[in-house]
Design a protein. Structure first.
Length: 107
């Protein structure tokens, strides 16, 4: 499976619960939408992933990656400390200059 380097590194950071590294893969003005909540900027993203890791302890296993013109989609099995684990989630991502500009997580 051909995944951009930044996405492979993001998955590694998530699976190692390395919140600082995870947040650093995003631009300063990045946007995340997860569970109807929006997080803007690297600091909010870091706070979000710290809280999510503490609560859910999620790990990701990529299944596929489909590159699009403006948005690409990573499909992954996500497991952790939450009802219904594991689940398949879709990470709609926009990458510019090896930084994530936006990420929307859907089921």
């Amino acid at each position: 499976m051909n995944i951009p380097q930044v996405m492979a590194a993001l998955v590694r950071a998530q699976n190692n619960f390395d919140c600082v590294s995870y947040a650093n893969f995003f631009s300063e003005t990045a946007l995340i939408v997860d569970e109807s909540n929006t997080y803007r900027g690297r600091k909010e993203i870091e706070n979000w992933i710290v809280a999510a890791n503490e609560q859910y302890k999620t790990v990701m296993k990529p299944l596929s990656y489909k590159k699009g013109e403006t948005e690409s989609i990573l499909k992954a099995v996500v497991s952790g400390n939450f009802t219904g684990s594991p689940v398949v989630l879709f990470y709609h991502v926009r990458i510019v200059n090896e930084q994530v500009q936006s990420l929307k997580i859907t089921g």
